[in-house]
Design a protein around this ligand. Structure first.
Ligand SMILES: [Zn+2]
Length: 145
């Protein structure tokens, strides 16, 4: 797949909550899993091992920052991290807050649903997510944690 055919090159892939020149974090609109971020490399790159080491570290620092942000904001039972890219071979990580009573638990969010949506699903506000990610990234990069 070339960049012109790639949806993550054409579109943000969600509501952008944090970005720099290398990577963006978006909030995914998913009614069943509302505390869900994607961390997307800005350039069209296919595999993690195609990135230089410093860029890999930066990418993963944002994945960890998104994880920490979701943990602080919605206190999930589990965080799921996934990098598949079979459909869209443009590097991106899924960071999904999971709850024992969410529709797919304990399966992956892409499996068949086992139960109806949660009643009081926590939806992190864009501003709260942006602040929590920036704070977690500073901690991650400060190395004091
Ligand atoms: Zn792409």
């Amino acid at each position: 797949m070339n960049a012109a055919d790639c949806e993550l090159c054409r579109e943000p892939g969600g509501e952008v909550v944090w970005q720099d020149g290398l990577v963006r974090v978006v909030r995914v609109s998913d009614a069943l899993h509302p505390a869900y971020c994607r961390v997307i490399w800005q350039r069209h790159v296919r595999e993690m091992s195609d990135l230089p080491a410093a860029e890999r570290r930066h990418f993963m620092a944002l994945v960890f920052a998104a994880e920490v942000a979701l943990r602080r904001l919605v206190r999930p039972d589990k965080i799921n991290l996934a990098s598949l890219g079979n459909m869209t071979p443009h590097l991106h990580w899924h960071v999904v807050a999971r709850f024992a009573d969410d529709p797919h638990f304990p399966d992956a969010i892409w499996a068949a649903a086992r139960r109806p949506p949660r009643h009081a699903a926590a939806v992190p506000a864009r501003e709260d997510l942006a602040c929590a990610i920036a704070e977690a990234l500073a901690e991650e990069q400060g190395g004091n944690g």
